[in-house]
Ligand binder design. Structure first.
Ligand SMILES: [Zn+2]
Length: 459
């Protein structure tokens, strides 16, 4: 039995254009896209959704989340966080490897994908974590099943820190883009996504700060401890390695104006991600939000935020991710040393970025490029991320000028808090379709039993 859903008279934003039109979904894919008003004749549909006044976008692909599952499920799990994703217009997420166990062996990788298949309300993919000594495991990966390698280069996340030149060289060399005539390794050309912060600089800053202010310095010192210098030094090193080996490098959560200068159009295989917290907050927000906005790399100055926002449009930043990293509020108590780093973000990332459109910082077309098209293209995700006939019907319908205030009862994430609580948003997520299925409708998940699919990669 076929199901046909017609979304009519929406403003469709896709591939650099906005136009009034209708989309016919058949089963799991986009059957037809018709441009123009009331172009619905001849479309027999079981369900017709009048979307006039709404904007229709491809479902968001969040390429940077920490869903905490397996092992850290007191903070979050795949069920709760994928609900939050659906409610936020996110139809695909790519999960990071610092779970328990860490996703640093083939076995852990396969087990996590199996867990996602069981639990996720939206589509999913999974990074493999590089360590100092798991190269053999990495070489056994199938590049069509893994979105990329995550490397914590000089960052303290569990014991996944890789900081030794030999190990780094080997990882970048093995994943290098194949030259013609090369015998292809299975991991050749895999994106290597790197968390860049220099741990030696951070340790030195932390010691100095503790000497001055005691064992748990005030939260506002976090941005001085995890400093601009720490980011710049590590990002410079990662870029040098990528150039040396010709590796597809994606620098995660760029947080400073000075790092932006390291990216160039001459090296399109080296790309930069900006994360929502760094686009929304500045170090002045510690006064009000305290450790809630503690994250790594740290939130920097207003000048840094301004530069990051500008880089969204000039092309220096290729992708917006969330770095969704939920913790309990209890874990977030304390200062620069004691409070844990990371904040929940995926449910409210799209509505937050749409506010940057209202503030004329970004165009709607650019939001779609940064949050939908680019993640699909840069991670080679097949048949998703664009509104195209024949592609999977991952869609989100949003309504402008429909204010609502973020209160805890709206939060789907298990941790049940957000640094954006109390904020009144102007945009509303109306409906989210995942593989043609209306998974989220006006404030509620429609079917607890619906599950997303593992995305596949065309490489
Ligand atoms: Zn992260």
């Amino acid at each position: 039995m076929h199901t046909r859903t017609l979304i009519s008279n929406a403003t469709i934003v896709n591939e650099g254009r906005s136009f009034i039109g209708s989309v016919l979904i058949e089963d799991d894919h986009i059957e037809t896209i018709a441009e123009g008003y009331n172009k619905i004749s001849g479309f027999a549909a079981d369900t017709v959704i009048n979307a006039s006044g709404c904007i229709l976008l491809p479902g968001v692909i969040d390429e940077h989340v920490h869903l905490r599952d397996p092992g850290l499920t007191h903070k979050a799990d795949i069920t709760t966080e994928s609900r939050a994703a659906a409610a936020g217009g996110i139809t695909t997420f790519l999960d990071m490897p610092n779970t328990l166990p860490q996703t640093t062996s083939l076995k852990a990788f396969q087990e996590k994908l199996a867990l996602m298949e069981q639990k996720s309300h939206v589509n999913y993919g999974c990074f493999f974590g590089a360590t100092q000594d798991n190269l053999e495991e990495m070489l056994r990966l199938d590049r069509r099943k893994v979105c990329g390698i995550k490397l914590f280069m000089g960052a303290s996340t569990g014991n996944m820190l890789v900081d030794n030149d030999l190990a780094l060289d080997a990882i970048f060399e093995q994943t290098s883009m194949p030259q013609t005539g090369d015998k292809q390794k299975k991991v050749h050309g895999l994106p290597v996504m790197v968390h860049c912060e220099d741990s030696e600089i951070i340790a030195r800053n932390m010691t100095a700060c503790k000497e001055k202010y005691g064992c748990d310095p005030d939260i506002r010192f976090h941005s001085e401890i995890r400093s601009e210098e720490a980011c710049l030094s590590s990002t410079r090193r990662a870029i040098a390695l990528a150039k040396k080996h010709h590796t597809r490098l994606h620098v995660a959560h760029v947080s400073t104006a000075s790092e932006l200068k390291l990216f160039s159009k001459d090296t399109p295989y080296i790309t930069a991600e900006a994360c929502v917290p760094h686009l929304l907050f500045t170090n002045e927000d510690y006064h009000q939000l305290g450790a809630r906005i503690k994250c790594n790399p740290s939130i920097k100055t207003i000048a840094d935020r301004t530069a990051l926002r500008k880089a969204l449009t000039d092309g220096t930043i290729s992708i917006i991710g969330t770095d969704h990293a939920p913790h309990t509020l209890q874990e977030k108590s304390g200062g620069a040393a004691k409070a844990v780093s990371g904040m929940p973000m995926l449910q409210f990332s799209l509505v937050s970025m749409l506010e940057l459109v209202d503030e004329r910082i970004l165009s709607l077309e650019r939001v779609v490029e940064l949050m939908c098209h680019a993640p699909a293209r840069l991670f080679n995700i097949e048949n998703r991320g664009y509104l195209r006939e024949g592609f999977k019907a991952d869609l989100v319908l949003v309504r402008p000028q429909s204010p609502w205030t973020l209160t805890p009862n709206r939060i789907e994430s298990r941790c049940n808090w957000s640094p954006l609580e109390g904020h009144t948003f102007r945009w509303r997520i109306e409906k989210t379709f995942c593989n043609g299925f209306l998974i989220y409708n006006k404030g509620a998940l429609t079917d607890e039993n619906f599950r997303g699919l593992a995305v596949t990669y065309d490489r």
